[in-house]
Structures are given as structure tokens and as C-alpha cells.
Design a protein around this ligand. Structure first.
Ligand code: PMP
Ligand code: GLU
Length: 429
């Protein structure tokens, strides 16, 4: 079926899969709010999924040194051996993932790129004869998983969660969802956008289900666990890596990156790792795909990655940033509790809260808009009181009733913004 959006009178057109691709709503709302601010509007931004801190100085210094030393040429596609080994070491000692060598690790242009190539290495579309092309996705989930899976030919099967369960799936739900068609299970704890985490015990139960189902109905199932927010935890729940459970280790690809923990979003560094013989084959395949796509990441960034992962002074700064997020989480939780029309689980990880704004649907703003969706709520908030959140529809499931608030901003902004939100809600009729 041709679509007017992809063809015009000149006969020129875009590929259907790209013409039909939805822009990332997180990126779109952030950019829109930033543009308003640049135009002099009084806008408080709670849309950006990035730390408001600068990258720790020793990391910058390492990159500057490498640049000055002439590290400006092509590098091995998945990264120099010593940096891949450093990441393997980090995942072994910090995350308890056994059996990793540098050959089980690949470095990509951000966690997003790592996810993109990983999914493309695993999924065949139904038309290509891929019977196992289903991607199990607990929702609400970060907006990019679905489009990336679909671009790779996958069919997304959503596993719905509720705020009353801290947006977490149950082992029974997972057991029911896994079939011979299941190829990938996406997990993301701490979660964007939910701001909640699975406990180690809950993860153990989910791992048992995966192991049991893999041994019976779904031998090709791979767990893709996105642990990019692992260092940003403050709710008393310890982060646990799914790849540390022996029973599923050899089918678990851990995806992580430098963006969030080290305040390095603009550097574009992500990495993936899977132990075992298949892990090595898989990572090598990711390298083949990456080699036809981007080749290595920016050369002089590699020593900075090594510095970030090994310098104790950097670890201290990461901990300082974590403490700031913890304080902000407590602050925002208290302020939101003063708005009884909005409710959300206690934030325990990442830097998001995802309140249910469904109680506002059907009400009218002082500016005369009737609110019918999370998108309407966020549009009105931005235009009428200068508060930028991200509407929850594209996160899937019950996200359609929610709005994401990122508290990667200073405490004064949080106080001001939540005050404006309260005034906005109280002004609805
Ligand atoms: N996973 C999640 C859950 C995220 O929120 C992000 C943020 N963009 C990413 C992956 C990708 O981050 P990056 O590409 O900057 O590593
Ligand atoms: N992950 C961040 C967010 O959710 C950054 C933007 C993006 O890549 O989606 O806002």
C-alpha cells in the first residue's frame, strides 16, 4: 500500500521502513523544549534522558592525551584488545559474569547502536523464513526497543505491567509468554521510563523460567539485558546482572555503556558482552555488521573508556553523581505526593518517575484545551506552564496513561517544576 507520506509528485520517495519510522519521542520533546528555551521562553526541561553533569576530568584528560599522541587512525572494529579486556574484567568483577575474555566483548557507538546490531544479528523476518522472530518486551519500555526490533524484522510481543507492581513482569507471565517463536527477551533494570528495579530474587526467578523454557520450548531464546542505568540506584535494591545467573549466562547478552553512569552521553560509547562459544560467535557477527556500518568508534575515545572503568577517582565521582540522583529522587517523590491526582511507584533506579496522569483526562486547562491523552497533558504543560515532560504513549502498555519525568536536573528546577505541575493540575476544571 503506498502512502502519501513517502511519495510525492516528483516520483521521489523514501524507503517504506524509514518513511514509516516514528521519531524518538524522548529526543523530539527534549529538542523541542531546548529550542523553546533558546528562543527565550521560560521552560523547565524534565524530558532529557541524560545526566546534567559534565564528564569527570580524568576521562576527558585521557581522550585529550590520546588525541595529542596521534591516536587518530582506524582501530579494530570492536575496539582495541586491551579495552575489550578491561570491559571483560569489569563485567567479571563488578557484575559476576563468568567466562568472559576480550573476544566476548564488543564496543559500539552507544548502547543504542549495540542494541541495533545485536537485534540485527539475531532476528530474521517472517518473510525470510525466520520462525523465531518474536521479541518479548516488558512494557512500558524505552521508546527505541520496538522500532529497533521491527527494523531488524522482529515482531514485538508486549508483556504488560502495572504501576501497582512497580511495572515488573512476573515469572508466571514470562512463562506463559515464551513460545518456540520467542527469540529475544528484552530486560531493562533499572528501567527507563519506569524508574523501578527488579530485586535480585525476582531476577533469579525470571532466569529460572528462561532456563526452563530454553531447555524445553525455546532453545534459541536470547536474553538481551540493558543495564545502562546499573550505577544509578538508590532505593535499597542492589543491581544484579542477569548474565551472572549460571543457568542462562551463555544465552544472555549484557548491554551497557558509558552514557549514564559516567555522564558521557555525547561521547557515544556502548558495549555488549556474552560468555561462551556462542557468545564469541555472536560478538564476532556483531563486529562483521558493525564493520559494514560504522567501523570502530572514535579512536581517541578508547583510552578514555579504559580510564573511566579503572581510575578510582572516577569511581568516586560516579558515586557523588549517584548520591545527587538519590537526593533528587527523594525530593521529587515528596513533591509528587502533594499532587494526589498523580500517582507512581517509588523510584528506585535510573533518574525517572513515570506518574499516571490518567486522572486528568477529560479535564480542561485554563488555556481551553481538553485533555484526552498523555500527549495532550504534555503538550499543555509545555505550552501553558513551561514544563517539558515526555508523554508515555510510545513507551507501550499502560504508558499511554503516564508521563515521564526525568530528574536529571538540579533541585531548584525540580522544586520549581513540580510546583508548576501542581498549579497546573489544580487549575484544571
Ligand atoms: N538503553 C536505555 C534504557 C536508555 O535509556 C538509553 C538512553 N538513550 C540507551 C539504552 C542508549 O544510550 P546510549 O546510546 O547513549 O548508550
Ligand atoms: N535514553 C534517553 C531517553 O530516553 C536519551 C534519548 C534517547 O536516546 O531516547 O531520553
Amino acid at each position: 500500500m503506498s502512502s502519501p507520506s513517502i511519495e510525492n509528485s516528483t516520483g521521489l520517495s523514501l524507503a517504506r521502513r524509514v518513511a514509516q519510522l516514528k521519531p524518538s519521542v524522548t529526543v523530539a520533546f527534549t529538542n523541542r523544549a531546548k529550542a523553546m528555551k533558546k528562543d527565550g521562553k521560560d521552560v523547565l526541561i524534565f524530558a532529557a534522558g541524560q545526566p546534567d553533569f559534565d564528564t569527570p576530568q580524568p576521562i576527558k584528560d585521557a581522550a585529550i592525551r590520546a588525541l595529542q599522541d596521534g591516536m587518530t587512525g582506524y582501530q579494530p572494529t570492536l575496539g582495541p584488545a586491551d579495552v575489550r579486556e578491561t570491559i571483560a574484567e569489569k563485567l567479571t568483577t563488578e557484575n559476576g559474569i563468568r567466562g568472559l575474555t576480550g573476544d566476548h566483548v564488543g564496543i559500539s557507538v552507544g548502547g543504542k547502536h549495540a542494541l541495533f546490531i545485536a537485534m540485527h544479528c539475531l532476528l530474521d523476518s517472517a518473510e525470510e523464513g525466520g520462525a523465531q522472530n518474536e521479541v518479548l518486551l516488558p512494557v512500558p519500555a524505552w521508546v527505541s526497543y520496538r522500532p529497533i526490533a521491527e527494523l531488524a524484522g522482529g515482531r514485538v510481543v508486549e508483556l504488560e505491567t502495572q504501576p501497582t507492581d512497580d511495572f515488573k513482569i512476573t515469572p508466571e507471565q514470562l512463562a506463559d509468554a515464551i513460545t518456540p517463536r520467542s527469540r529475544i527477551l528484552v530486560m531493562n533494570s533499572p528501567s527507563n521510563p519506569c524508574g523501578t528495579m527488579y530485586t535480585p530474587k525476582e531476577l533469579e526467578s525470571l532466569a529460572s523460567v528462561v532456563a526452563e523454557k530454553a531447555a524445553t520450548v525455546a532453545p534459541g531464546l536470547v536474553v538481551l539485558t540493558d543495564e545502562i542505568y546499573e550505577k544509578i540506584t538508590y532505593g535499597g535494591i542492589a543491581h544484579k546482572s542477569l548474565g551472572s545467573f549460571e543457568s542462562i549466562a551463555d544465552r544472555t547478552l549484557t548491554i551497557n555503556g558509558m552514557s549514564k553512569a559516567f555522564a558521557m552521553t555525547g561521547w557515544r560509547v556502548g558495549y555488549s558482552a556474552m560468555p561462551g562459544a556462542f557468545g564469541k560467535t555472536f560478538i564476532k557477527a556483531m563486529g562483521t555488521l558493525q564493520g559494514q556500518m560504522t567501523t570502530n568508534i572514535t579512536a581517541f575515545v578508547y583510552p578514555a573508556v579504559k580510564e573511566a572503568l579503572t581510575n578510582p577517582a572516577v569511581a568516586e565521582q560516579v558515586e557523588t553523581m549517584r548520591q545527587s540522583f538519590a537526593k533528587r529522587a527523594t525530593l521529587i517523590e515528596g513533591l509528587l505526593a502533594e499532587i494526589p491526582q498523580l500517582s507512581c511507584p517509588k523510584p528506585t533506579g535510573a533518574f525517572y518517575v513515570f506518574p499516571d496522569v490518567g486522572n486528568l483526562f477529560g479535564l480542561t486547562t485554563p488555556g481551553g484545551r481538553t485533555l484526552g491523552s498523555a500527549m495532550d497533558v504534555c503538550e499543555a504543560l509545555l505550552d501553558e506552564v513551561g514544563v517539558a515532560l515526555v508523554p508515555g504513549e510510545d513507551f507501550g502498555g499502560c504508558g499511554e496513561h503516564c508521563a515521564r519525568i526525568s530528574f536529571a536536573c538540579d533541585e531548584a528546577t525540580i522544586v520549581d517544576g513540580m510546583g508548576r505541575l501542581k498549579t497546573f493540575v489544580e487549575g484544571l476544571s
